[in-house]
Design a protein around this ligand. Structure first.
Ligand SMILES: NC(=O)c1ccc[n+]([C@@H]2O[C@H](COP(=O)([O-])OP(=O)(O)OC[C@H]3O[C@@H](n4cnc5c(N)ncnc54)[C@H](O)[C@@H]3O)[C@@H](O)[C@H]2O)c1
Length: 334
């Protein structure tokens, strides 16, 4: 029988891409999601007998318990994601990112799942001048990062002989997804180039590790298929994609040109409102799992540009594409 992976947050930006890759690899997938940003990303699976879709909220213990039963592995992605979104919805952030995450992990442990993967973030490092590995001190500069650290600690705290969670501290993601987000730096720059004919960068000297969605999904597959036999934390990304934001803008402009777009001017002005500034070491995942990235920022910007040109998304300024100012009472139109 095929293994069933429960992807919690499977309708999200990463979850919808990971679901597609899991199916390609021959897994069955159960998605648990409250569809904050709509269900369009998973509609294509409604009649697919390899996929089971459960609409539910992980803040409901009964829902969590039922969804985990008979899943061989669990990937916890669901969260209020990003510093601005967690600032806008602080109660929901603590309930989902911390309290519910503990229930999910405890329930997965009790059910005896084979693997438990928890989506954390390199934002836990916040600010740092060294290249930061998994042992480096944490320096959260947002509620989002604080809740992720608290969850990491509580999940690692219940590890034992049979329950060996893997914490995935991911770089900032980029690329096209069935659940698109235009509030992530590469995607925002490409969208602004498309709608305004320019890229605006505030500050520009702050360091950030970046990773494509497709490479992120490969990292999850690697851990599911041949991950460590112990509980463990990985930084997920690659050292060649630690960039300052001004360089990210230059690569986005290069990608747009390669996609047949025009020359996009990059305006660097003022100061960044985002306090994060850090470079990260990815040696551990590279050495232990042989993880290497394949996609570049320019490749992803080119793809996003083409999708916008072909009107796959009619209005990229719609609130649903921005976690921080989306109000669930609004309908997805375009
Ligand atoms: N996107 C990035 O750059 C990035 C970087 C590092 C880490 N991460 C982590 O990866 C994970 C996925 O991020 P994403 O970019 O796909 O975010 P996303 O906002 O697109 O997806 C989150 C999904 O979780 C669902 N969800 C939220 N609260 C829920 C709840 N209470 N119950 C059930 N479902 C709920 C939402 O409906 C959504 O489909 C998150 O844990 C995030 O912290 C993302």
């Amino acid at each position: 029988m095929k293994e069933k992976v429960l992807v919690i947050g499977g309708a999200g930006y990463l979850g919808s891409v990971l679901t597609g890759r899991l199916l390609e690899e021959g897994y069955n997938v159960r998605i648990l999601d409250s569809f904050i940003y709509g269900r369009r990303s998973v509609e294509k699976y409604v009649n697919d007998n390899r996929v089971e879709i459960i609409e539910g909220d992980i803040r409901n213990i009964e829902t969590v318990h039922l969804a985990i039963r008979d899943s061989s592995s669990v990937v916890l992605l669901a969260a209020v994601v990003g510093d601005p979104a967690s600032k806008a919805r602080p109660e929901q952030t603590v309930e989902t990112n911390f309290l519910a995450a503990q229930v999910v992990a405890s329930s997965a442990k009790l059910a005896g799942v084979k693997r438990f993967l928890y989506a954390s973030t390199c934002s836990v490092y916040g600010v740092g001048s060294e290249i930061l590995d998994e042992e480096a001190p944490l320096n959260p500069v947002s509620l989002y990062a604080k809740t992720k650290i608290s969850s990491e600690e509580s999940i690692m705290g219940i590890a034992d002989r049979n329950f060996k969670p893997v914490i995935m501290r991911m770089s900032t993601l980029y690329g096209w997804s069935p659940r698109m987000r235009f509030d992530l730096v590469v995607n925002t720059m490409t969208m602004t180039a498309f709608t305004e004919g320019k890229i605006n960068v505030f500050g520009g000297n702050q360091w950030r590790p970046l990773l494509s969605l497709t490479d992120a999904a490969e990292a999850y597959l690697k851990v599911l298929q041949s991950g460590p036999k112990r509980e463990c934390i990985y930084n997920v990304g690659s050292e060649e994609q630690n960039f300052i934001i001004a360089d990210v803008a230059a690569q986005v402009a290069e990608g747009i040109k390669a996609a047949g777009g025009k020359d996009i001017p990059v305006n660097i002005e003022g100061e960044s409102v985002d306090a994060r500034d850090y470079r990260v070491s990815f040696k551990k995942i590279q050495v232990e799992l042989g993880f290497k990235v394949k996609e570049t920022i320019a490749d992803a910007a080119a793809e996003i540009w083409r999708k916008l040109e072909s009107k796959e998304i009619k209005d990229p300024k719609q609130k649903v594409y921005y976690n921080h100012y989306f109000d669930p009472s609004e309908e997805l139109i375009g």
